[in-house]
Design a protein around this ligand. Structure first.
Ligand code: PLP
Length: 403
């Protein structure tokens, strides 16, 4: 009776619940292959760590930063994005804001845009927090689905059909969590051409995994085909995935001045600017050193992705498989595997039940897919080293074939 309806209507993050179960099993002595991770199991590059150590020597590292983050870091983020995407953001007056993780950037962006009753289009499978954040701000998530057989790439005409006079924004997340793919350049081009006519729709481009791509071609973005869309695009990024630094909590949003100023107002009355120490380290760090750092990460992800493909083929499960290329996940559609029809009905969602049974019987932990907006699915991470990953896949496939 003390709680707001806003929070009562929110769901807790599903990964937290799964992790509690894994801990309980491990402490009871059971061997568990944990494929739930949403982060890389490596420390950041040693040069970045050295920069953080160096910045510990300065008083300013321990004091407040400006509400929108250090101006020079905002400029560096804009210049980096301009260079990587070959676009001009400074020329059109775009600004940046640094927040406490890109989750925070997204939350502030949605809070700045949404009026109660506004609709926000979200594409499945979606990152768990999008609909929760939209609802929190009084908005209505409008979901457009994709499937294994279309490589989890939603049809653009279906997106267009879901646009209404109440549509405030659409969120594009490429590379995608949890599908582990990015929408290809043709998709981006078609999206750009067709969304051009819907002039009142803002586009939130969540590019947090843009650096993590282990098979060519690399991710591209709709605004590269149609720069005029940049005036209504918010580019979200951060260091959690690209610097393997989920715990340091830095995210950024680049967009038009009006929106960024409004986000700054919201941030100034809530969290203030993020960690001065990490921002100062980022300012001094040479971002080009990340390319070398990522070649090892990419190698490992490629290995796990290939291993998965080989195992699916060996077990005549090629029809259940799709090619991942980016981020570090694979999204399992249980309804395509042999065990499913013996016990379950496609029309209902059994994700939680199946994931629980896989954990108990096979000792493999996955994140149930309900929270990603698709029935009878689960997300698995490709971040284990090849050997334990191979054992985990064997155990998982035993279950997925026989039940
Ligand atoms: N966006 C996507 C698609 C994510 O997967 C995540 C984290 O897993 C985030 C945003 C938030 O990242 P952070 O707040 O750690 O920067």
């Amino acid at each position: 009776m003390y709680l707001s309806s806003r929070i009562l209507n929110s769901n807790e993050s599903v990964t937290l619940k799964v992790n509690e179960k894994i801990e309980a099993l491990i402490s009871s002595g059971k061997e568990v292959y944990n494929l739930t991770s949403g982060q890389l199991p490596f420390k950041p590059s040693s040069e970045f760590i050295s920069q953080i150590k160096l910045q510990l020597n300065f008083l300013k590292s321990f004091q407040y930063s400006p509400n929108s983050g250090f101006e020079k870091l905002c400029e560096k983020m804009i210049q980096t994005t301009e260079g990587e995407r070959d676009i001009n953001l400074t020329g059109i007056g775009h600004k940046a804001i640094v927040s406490n993780g890109s989750k925070h950037s997204l939350f502030n962006a949605l809070g700045t845009l949404i009026n109660p009753g506004d609709e926000v289009i979200i594409l499945t499978p979606y990152w768990v927090s999008y609909p929760e954040m939209v609802k929190f701000w009084g908005g209505i998530p409008k979901v457009v689905e994709s499937h294994t057989f279309d490589n989890f790439t939603p049809a653009i005409d279906e997106i267009l059909l879901s646009i209404s006079p109440m549509t405030k924004a659409i969120i594009i997340n490429s590379p995608n969590n949890p599908a582990g793919i990015h929408y290809d350049d043709n998709w981006m081009k078609e999206f750009a051409t067709k969304i051009k006519d819907h002039k009142d729709v803002m586009i939130i481009s969540d590019e947090i995994y843009s650096k993590i791509c282990y098979f060519d071609p690399k991710p591209t973005y709709f605004y590269q085909h149609c720069p005029e869309l940049l005036s209504r695009t918010l580019i979200i990024n951060g260091i959690s995935k690209s610097f393997a630094s989920t715990g340091l909590r830095i995210g950024t949003c680049i967009g038009n001045e009006k929106v960024i100023n409004a986000m700054t107002k919201l941030q100034s009355q809530t969290t203030s600017g993020p960690s001065s120490l990490i921002q100062r380290a980022l300012l001094e760090f040479d971002f080009s050193l990340l390319d070398n750092y990522f070649s090892n990460v990419e190698h490992q992800l490629r290995e796990c992705s290939r291993l998965l493909m080989d195992r699916f083929r060996e077990h005549q499960l090629a029809h259940c498989w799709y090619q991942t290329s980016s981020a570090f996940y694979y999204f399992l559609d249980f309804s395509r595997f042999p065990f499913f029809d013996k016990k379950f009905d496609k029309n209902d969602d059994h994700s939680d039940e199946i994931v629980e049974e896989i954990l108990e019987k096979a000792g493999v932990a996955l994140v149930p897919g309900t929270a990603f907006g698709q029935k009878n699915t689960a997300r698995m991470s490709l971040t284990l080293e090849a050997e334990p990953f191979s054992h985990a896949v064997d155990k998982l496939l035993d279950y997925l074939i026989q039940g």
